[in-house]
Design a protein around this ligand. Structure first.
Ligand SMILES: [Ca+2]
Length: 337
């Protein structure tokens, strides 16, 4: 009997397996494999695109060429030029809000950060809720700030940096420097005029330098606001409205794909316009949700409320992906007023 028992067990195991196995037909397995391959292909295409952008950036961006060390034989000389030139300034600034958070400064508010040692520090709003460590690069909340501005304003940043509801654009140069630190996720918090909230997360946000007109790149979407940055659900929408790979356009510098005009002029703010958009968080601030006009120029997130609804609140915030533990937070809890 003692020899028979293991065989009996094995037999029972085999029977239970064989009865469970037919749940997946060969066709199902094929479909699963096919889906996995498609996902992998998409990831590889995204990567290829990213590397092409980076290569373009390296080849065209003289800053990289002179300072990266990749193209320089003498690394020690390059290193010396990046050291502080004055010994009097002993204040060490954090590179971003994650660094602030990691130093146990976990109160939401304004902090001075310095992503690049060779540039001056600047104020930014650190959202320490929602997991903490978020650097806020854009906020709309009350319509007090004029976002219909030109290239240099969007390049350097504008708005107020005092109250928790103050509206601002951090500046394309600052955003570019922050993103150059490494892989970064973008989270966008949205609220409509009924107080309902939605969010969108994009992995691997990238912004080229000014030489490439701050061209935008981003990876996989997750969230409950819909993947509007990719242009919407139909291929036609994506072709004309996706913001992936678009350059930044303002009323005075047109880099959009709309040949007959300037999307920033029509839509009252600088953005990564295509021809023209499915998202425009820098549009005109309407004090009601639904709006009319000759152009769909409100604060738009098309996959949630469509093109003719202007949101009450938006905040764009960035953080290293390893910080992202939960995507279910309702984000910034500020109210428009
Ligand atoms: Ca144009």
């Amino acid at each position: 009997m003692s020899v028979m028992m293991p065989w009996l067990l094995l037999f029972l195991l085999l029977v239970s397996f064989s009865s469970a196995a037919p749940r997946f037909s060969e066709k199902d397995i094929c479909l699963l494999d096919n889906n996995k391959l498609k996902q992998r292909l998409k990831q590889l295409q995204d990567l290829l695109y990213l590397y092409e952008l980076q290569l373009k950036d390296i080849l065209e961006n003289t800053y990289h060429r002179t300072k990266s060390g990749l193209f320089s034989g003498n690394r020690s000389v390059q290193h010396e030029t990046l050291l502080p030139t004055t010994s009097g300034n002993l204040i060490v600034y954090d590179q971003d809000c994650s660094a602030v958070y990691n130093r146990k400064k976990t109160k939401t508010g304004y902090y001075r950060i310095r992503p690049r040692a060779d540039q001056e520090p600047f104020l930014v709003y650190c959202d320490m809720s929602d997991g903490g460590g978020w650097t806020v690069i854009q906020r709309r909340s009350n319509g007090k700030e004029n976002f219909n501005r030109k290239w240099d304003d969007y390049k350097l940043g504008f708005g107020k940096f005092q109250g928790k509801n103050d509206e601002y654009w951090l500046g394309n140069d600052h955003i570019h420097d922050l993103l150059a630190k490494g892989e970064t996720s973008l989270k966008i918090d949205l609220m409509d005029w009924h107080g309902e909230r939605r969010y969108a997360v994009y992995e691997n946000l990238q912004l080229a330098g000014e030489q490439d007109n701050y061209r935008l790149w981003f990876g996989t979407y997750s969230g409950n606001a819909g993947d509007a940055l990719s242009g919407g659900s139909s291929f036609e929408d994506q072709w004309s409205a996706s913001h992936r790979g678009m350059e930044f356009t303002t009323s005075d510098k047109d880099h959009d794909r709309f040949l007959a005009g300037n999307c920033a002029l029509e839509n009252k703010g600088g953005w990564w316009f295509n021809r023209c958009h499915a998202v425009n968080l820098n549009g005109r601030y309407y004090r009601t949700g639904r709006y009319n006009g000759s152009h769909d120029n409100g604060i738009v997130w098309s996959t949630w409320h469509g093109m003719w609804y202007s949101l009450k609140y938006s905040a764009m915030k960035i953080r290293a992906p390893f910080f992202v533990e939960s995507e279910s937070g309702d984000g910034e809890n500020s109210q428009g007023g």
